[in-house]
Structure formats: structure tokens, C-alpha cells
Design a protein around this ligand. Structure first.
Ligand code: UDP
Length: 490
């Protein structure tokens, strides 16, 4: 009698931060839709985000159960004062606390080992910032895949910047330099680089600590079995090839992963609890003409200064477009409340979490003013929405170049300074950038290119598409690793 083939089992361990957890949940759903046994590990306060997202029917045909394992978050002296009740990176608005939070995650190693001991999985997919996961996987003799909430383009830019240090050739922060040996001519300014990358000798203690984390993450990326990207080949073919062939790493582009959420309910349930009712949001959008609404959101981490809030309000009003504007719950300004009353009907302000993919996927949305976080950018591209790019920090400035210069589906608002805070852009520039993507010849061209990107994105995730095939081949490779398991197909 032949033995029942064992199903491939993959454990996912996302960093507890919206921009990291949300795509990993979608990736776990995709693996599950390929009949892979799937377990996601998280901490108690993050578990509801997982369970509500998993309780919706999302992927193609399968509703395979995904197991959730909850491990305690280490609120101890060792965890450098991370207060009780906070277990998520995006709840911190100081760089120093965010750093302490990352440090505290290293205390999760033992609990993760217990989960692996219990399940004996075939592979561990962990966030690039959870650097200890490589040692954990090695202990259990299973491959460790890295999840990077980035794309091949930004990794190639980072690689070139580190290898050739072209920013050392410029005499001022505002002088442009070419990023060497990339398939396109991409230029940046030193002021747009992460502070820790600029090689300045007077780096403060927090940036020095971040530099250490950055170096560890780079090592993790290079030492792991391979990298999973939430991207698709047709979006960045030359960079996907460059990453694999020139940088020489194994990588699988299996996105856009947000597209596994087909039904409105699944789109609505992504991430935190939404601060607007699903039907209220849809009714508002349904009352608008196609391509007539500007959606503006700076993701889960960036903070907008009060003076910038006022400039945004003036820019939106002067653009004469309808809009949805997402403010974080901590962003409060009396003038914005007056503004809100004045623009009632024309503008909708959401305070707190917005159901972003539900909104972007609505035909009324005509443009996305984005901070260029990779998830948001890819969600915008997958919905065929032209963008006003407003990079803030992380690798946002690289992604801006991808959108405005390589894909040509957006225009920049003129941000020049890498900074955790959104500030310094005058209302006239906001108005002009919005009008460029919403009105006139250039807007039509941007929209047509964005629409092509949407079609390519959707094809990539269909059966036989590039992302579908990349995921299938990854699953097959994992199945044959150590001859441990057999991949069970439909
Ligand atoms: N997001 C959302 N509603 C919000 C803010 C953010 O759904 O009000 C989601 C967004 O769709 C994306 C993620 O949170 O999936 C943010 O990730 P991104 O990489 O764009 O930016 P980050 O928050 O990491 O800066």
C-alpha cells in the first residue's frame, strides 16, 4: 500500500507592521490556494488582523484553512520599554521607539523555534527584518525564504548605491547623480537617500543603529535560500533579470498579491479595522463619475506635519477635483475641520484606517497621491490608477523613479528630502501635480499607460501568468528540497 503523500507545509512569520503583515497574509492565501498547508505566526494583538482577513473567501477556488499560531510578545525589561498594548511597528512615531520595537522582536526567537518544533514544516518564510529567522530555519534544516516588501528595481538601486557609492561624487545634497549600471538612466539626489546610506560621518546614534539593522537585513537577504517579491515580471523585466543574474540571487515574483482579494468584503477586511463603513464608502464612490476622484493616503507609517496638512487642503481645493483624503488618527488640525465642512460632498476625509484596495479598485478613482510605499504603489498600479508621487522615507524615492521615469504612470509632486515627516511641499505644487494627472493630454497618456499596467498585473496572476508560474515553480522546488514532501496539485 503506497503511503499518503505528505502535503508541503510552509510557516510564515511576518514583521508586525501593516506594510509587512498585509502582503504576507495575501501570500499565505496564495500558497493555500495551491494546496500548500500554511501556518502564520503572530502575536496576540496582531491576531485579529489575521483572522478577519482569513475569514473572507478570497482566492480563486480553494478555501483551504490557514492555521494561525499566536506567540506572546515580550513586554519585559529586555524589550526596552515597549509599552503593554503595543505590538505593531506602525504604532510608533519615533524612530528610536521603532528601533526598540525591532530589537524586541529578536526575543521572539525561542517561541518561533517552539512553533517549528511542533509543526516540523518544510519551509520558513520570514520578513527580512526578522533576521534571526535564518538561524532558526537552519536549526530545523529547512530553507528560509525572505519576504521583502520591495521590488527588484529598488533592490537593484540599493545594490548599485552600496557597490558604487555614486553619491560620493557630488558636491552638494541637491546635485543629481546617476545610479550606475542600471538598465535605465535613473538619477537621485543625496538628500533623497536614507540618512544612514549617505556615508555622513556625523550620523546620530539612531541612524547608526538603523544602519546596523540595514546591514543585517542585507546579509539576511544574501544568506537566505531566496527572496519572495510582491511584484510581477512584466512590471520590471530588466530588473528581475538583473537581480537574478547580476546580483545573483534566487527570487520569485508572485504578485500583485492584493489581487487575490476578489470580493469587496475581502478588500475591505485587509489590515486594520476600517474607520468608514463599507457601504458608506461605496455609496460615496458610486455617486461620482468614473476617473473623477483623487485618493490621497500616506500609508501606515509616515506622519504629516500640521502646516503640510493645511497646504494639502489648499492644494486639493485649488485642484477643483473630488477627493478622498486619509488622515491618520493622530493628525488633527482645526483648519482641516473647517475645510472638511466647506468641501462636504466634494471631498471625503477618512480619519484612521481606510479600505485602500476597495477604494483604489473603484472606477471613480482617477488618481492616487501616494507616499510610494511599495504596497500602495503596486496596489495603485494593479488598479490602473495614475499617481502623484510624494516619496517620504524608506525606499520611496527609488519607487518614485520607477513610477515616473520607467513606467511613466505618474508625476512627482517635487519631494526632495528623505525624512520621516511629510512636510515642505507648497499647495501650488500639489494643485499642479494633481491637475497634471487628472486633466488634459498628459493625464490621458498617463491613464492609458496605467491601464496597460493593470491589464498586465491581472494577467500575471491568472493561471499560466508569470506570477502564477513563479509561485508554482517555487512550490515545486520546495517540495523537492530534501525530497521531504510531494506537491499535490489539482
Ligand atoms: N493601508 C490601508 N489603509 C490605510 C493605510 C494603509 O489599507 O489607511 C494599507 C495599504 O493598502 C498597504 C499598506 O497598508 O497595503 C501600507 O503599505 P505601504 O508599503 O504602502 O506603506 P507603509 O505603510 O509600509 O509606509
Amino acid at each position: 500500500m503506497s503511503a499518503e503523500p505528505k502535503r508541503l507545509h510552509v510557516v510564515f512569520f511576518p514583521l508586525m507592521a501593516a506594510g509587512h503583515m498585509i502582503p504576507i497574509i495575501d501570500i499565505a492565501k496564495l500558497f493555500a490556494s495551491h494546496h500548500v498547508k500554511t501556518t502564520i505566526v503572530t502575536t496576540p494583538l496582531n491576531a485579529p488582523t489575521l483572522t478577519k482577513a482569513l475569514n473572507t473567501t478570497t482566492t480563486t477556488t480553494t478555501t483551504t484553512t490557514i492555521n494561525v499560531e499566536v506567540i506572546p510578545f515580550p513586554h519585559s525589561n529586555e524589550a526596552d520599554g515597549i509599552p503593554q498594548g503595543i505590538e505593531n511597528f506602525h504604532k510608533f512615531n519615533s524612530n528610536a521607539m521603532a528601533f526598540n520595537f525591532l530589537k524586541a522582536t529578536t526575543l521572539l526567537q525561542q517561541s518561533l523555534e517552539q512553533i517549528l518544533e511542533k509543526h516540523k514544516p518544510d519551509c520558513l518564510v520570514a520578513d527580512v527584518l526578522l533576521t534571526f529567522a535564518t538561524d532558526v530555519a537552519a536549526k530545523f534544516n529547512i530553507p528560509r525564504l525572505v519576504f521583502l516588501p520591495a521590488n527588484c528595481f529598488s533592490q537593484c538601486v540599493t545594490h548599485s548605491l552600496i557597490k558604487y557609492q555614486p553619491f560620493k561624487t557630488v558636491s552638494s545634497d541637491n546635485e543629481e547623480f546617476l545610479i550606475p549600471h542600471l538598465p535605465h538612466e535613473v538619477k537621485l539626489m543625496k538628500s533623497q537617500l536614507p540618512k544612514m546610506m549617505r556615508g555622513d560621518l556625523d550620523m546620530d546614534i539612531v541612524n547608526t543603529k538603523w544602519m546596523e539593522i540595514f546591514v543585517q537585513a542585507m546579509e539576511t537577504e544574501s544568506k537566505s535560500y531566496g527572496v519572495i517579491f510582491n511584484s510581477f515580471y512584466e512590471l520590471e523585466p530588466q530588473y528581475a533579470d538583473y537581480y537574478r543574474n547580476v546580483i545573483g540571487r534566487k527570487a520569485w515574483s508572485i504578485g500583485p498579491v492584493s489581487l487575490c482579494n476578489r470580493e469587496n468584503e475581502a478588500k475591505f477586511q485587509r489590515g486594520e479595522d476600517s474607520c468608514i463603513d463599507e457601504h458608506e464608502c461605496l455609496n460615496w464612490l458610486n455617486s461620482k463619475n468614473p476617473n473623477s476622484v483623487v485618493y490621497i493616503c500616506f500609508g501606515s507609517l509616515a506622519q504629516v506635519s500640521n502646516s503640510q496638512l493645511e497646504e494639502i487642503a489648499m492644494g486639493l481645493e485649488a485642484s477643483e477635483q473630488d477627493f478622498i483624503w486619509v488622515l491618520s488618527s493622530s493628525e488633527k488640525d482645526d483648519k482641516i475641520e473647517e475645510f472638511e465642512k466647506r468641501v462636504q460632498g466634494k471631498g471625503l476625509i477618512i480619519r484612521g484606517w481606510a479600505p485602500q484596495v476597495l477604494i483604489l479598485d473603484h472606477q471613480a478613482i482617477g488618481a492616487f497621491v501616494t507616499h510610494c510605499g511599495w504596497n500602495s504603489t503596486l496596489e495603485g498600479l494593479s488598479c490602473g490608477v495614475p499617481m502623484v508621487t510624494w516619496p517620504v522615507f524608506a525606499e520611496h524615492f527609488y519607487i518614485e523613479k520607477l513610477v515616473t521615469q520607467v513606467l511613466e504612470t505618474g508625476v512627482g509632486v517635487g519631494a526632495k528630502e528623505w525624512n520621516r515627516m511629510v512636510e515642505g511641499i507648497k499647495w501650488e505644487h500639489i494643485r499642479d501635480a494633481i491637475r497634471k494627472v487628472m486633466v488634459g493630454e498628459e493625464a490621458l497618456e498617463l491613464r492609458s499607460k496605467a491601464k496597460k499596467m493593470k491589464d498586465l498585473a491581472r494577467k500575471a496572476v491568472e493561471v499560466g501568468g508569470s506570477s502564477y508560474c513563479d509561485l508554482s515553480s517555487l512550490i515545486q522546488e520546495l517540495s523537492s528540497y530534501n525530497n521531504a514532501t510531494t506537491y499535490v496539485r489539482d
